[in-house]
Design a protein around this ligand. Structure first.
Ligand code: PXP
Length: 236
């Protein structure tokens, strides 16, 4: 199981003062030195955290792999093609949301996504779709030509009881199996933390976890290096 760290919230903190610190590019290097196998960032339309300069520098300096989360809009697609991340993950995006809410409706946007996936493949960029663990969406991801899916684990993370948590875990497992049967890779993320990640790791079909908030929040108290190493120990 690989661990990729989402560094958006380092940039959120920087933007709170509009200055230069803390720098998400420095954070990315600390995450890599601590053992993270990839760096994830989301270039939003409103640039509320990661900005174009960050993406450029991350591309130039990351030594593991860069996973760019993005909406399938013309502006961001153009930037992705100029950047050539190892992976793009298509996510839904609404300006008012606090964080990504719900998975992408791949089924409802099949034609557009198929074109965008082809465009990414023309530039040798791997493509993942961030979707809810729902059979129709997994199928749609395969139909548009995605290489991978990232399963939205938000419902699992919000479960209030152990029983509810296990129910959501099984829903994730079923979607992960279906994706693998279709020949796609499987990532997972959203709301995963130091308490729930081990259970999610029991889904053997998942190859990679994408975790941000919990690690960056813990880094406030123990430092980023230790926060990443502790999460790695759980994931592995
Ligand atoms: N994966 C995707 C597609 C996301 O949008 C996010 C949130 O930015 C994450 C993973 C990480 O979620 P969290 O910050 O809750 O760990």
């Amino acid at each position: 199981m690989r661990l990729c760290i989402n560094i958006d919230h380092i940039a959120t903190l920087r933007e709170a003062r509009g200055g230069l610190e803390p720098d998400p590019v420095t954070a990315a290097h600390i995450c890599e030195l601590a053992g993270a196998e990839g760096i994830v960032c989301h270039l939003r339309e409103d640039r509320r955290h990661i900005n174009d300069r960050d993406l450029r520098l991350l591309r130039e300096t990351i030594k593991t792999k860069l996973d760019l989360e993005m909406a399938a809009t013309d502006e961001i697609v153009k930037i992705a093609i100029e950047t050539i991340p190892e992976l793009v993950t298509f996510v839904p995006e609404r300006r008012q949301e606090l964080t990504t809410e719900g998975g992408l409706d791949v089924r409802g946007h099949k034609h557009h996504l198929k074109d965008v996936v082809s465009e990414m493949h023309r530039h040798e960029i791997e493509v993942s779709m961030f979707i809810d663990p729902v059979a129709e969406q997994v199928e749609a991801a395969m139909e548009v030509g995605a290489d991978k899916i990232e399963i939205h684990t938000g419902e699992f993370a919000l479960a209030r009881t152990e029983r509810e948590q296990h129910e959501h875990l099984e829903i994730v497992r079923t979607a992960a199996r279906q994706a693998r049967e279709f020949g796609m890779g499987v990532n997972a993320g959203h709301g995963l933390n130091y308490l729930n990640v081990r259970l999610m790791c029991s889904v053997e079909e998942i190859e990679e976890m994408s975790i941000g908030h919990a690690v960056i929040a813990r880094a406030m108290f123990v430092g980023l290096d230790r926060a990443v190493r502790e999460m790695l120990a759980l994931v592995r």
